[in-house]
Design a protein around this ligand. Structure first.
Ligand code: ADP
Length: 259
């Protein structure tokens, strides 16, 4: 579904991504992990065409992203950015309806169908009861759900998530991740999620892309990517790797340097 062919990108002088290639199939749940500054956010921005690579190209169902119009991309790929906030105190319903804008064309007003789709998205993410509230009155977890609802209102095939669980407590983390997983498993949405949380990536993702200084260091199922040698090499700190007692997936624990 998504084919990334030899992309390299730089903001200024230094290359931030170098010769990145991979393919993602329809319905996959792929995690992008790697240390701070390794290029995760930049890669997601390229996949949504917020940025264009200086070298290589991204194909979406065999069509180069650079040949697709913005609205066309937004109908297929939705983004939930790291900082899910709004500068203006829009209501929840207004924000979710913004997800319909790629479909509105020259029309300014939403149709009954757009309103229904937005309402369903709010139901699915459990924010319907908040629909009249202003976005800036909500908790971090509620706000994240609103931005997922907006992404769903786009009726996309792919959702790109950048650090979706940062700043959420464990209850809200698991609630959010379960929602994403059900969108993936039940609705067949393709999910690409950048995360700092290696254990979350191991537990939820089918496949992982581990970035190191703008290059793919390793790519594969969590068992292939999350090994003691690989994580210690890429992150430069000592870790303990065992298996999650319930799921059996690889799990890392941090080790104190001083005992
Ligand atoms: P990650 O998401 O893995 O932390 P980023 O993609 O945010 O990594 O950043 C990769 C590199 O690109 C970093 O060195 C960062 O400083 C640099 N960078 C990110 N955004 C910009 C920007 N707008 N202008 C210049 N450099 C940037």
């Amino acid at each position: 579904m998504i084919e990334v062919n030899g992309i390299s990108f730089r903001y200024q002088k230094d290359w931030v991504l170098r010769d990145i290639s991979f393919q993602i199939g329809k319905g996959e749940f792929v995690g992008v992990i790697g240390p701070n500054g390794s290029g995760k956010t930049t890669l997601l921005k390229i996949l949504s065409r917020l940025l264009s690579p200086q070298q290589g190209e991204v194909l979406f169902e065999l069509v180069p992203l650079r040949r697709m119009g913005r609205a066309d991309i937004a109908k297929r790929i939705a983004v939930v950015a790291q900082e899910a906030y709004s500068l203006f105190p829009f209501s929840v319903a207004e924000i979710v309806l913004m997800g319909r804008s790629p479909y509105l064309g020259a029309l300014i007003f939403e149709s009954r169908r757009d309103l229904e789709i937005a309402e369903r998205a709010m139901e699915w993410t459990d924010v319907l009861s908040l629909s009249e509230r202003s976005i800036d009155e909500l908790s971090g977890g509620e706000r994240k759900r609103v931005f997922i609802a907006r992404a769903l209102a786009q009726e996309p095939e792919v959702i790109l998530l950048d650090e979706p669980t940062a700043n959420l407590d464990i209850h809200h983390q698991i609630e959010f991740l379960d929602l994403i997983l059900s969108l993936n498993r039940e609705r067949g949405l393709t999910i690409i999620m950048a995360t700092h949380d290696i254990n979350v990536a191991s537990e939820f993702c089918d496949r992982l892309i581990l970035l190191r200084r703008g290059e793919i260091h390793r790519m594969g199922v969590p068992q292939e990517v999350i090994t003691k040698e690989t994580i210690e090499m890429v992150y430069g700190c000592e870790v303990w790797v065992d298996h999650h007692p319930v799921s059996g997936m690889p799990r890392i624990s941090l080790l104190r340097v001083r005992s």
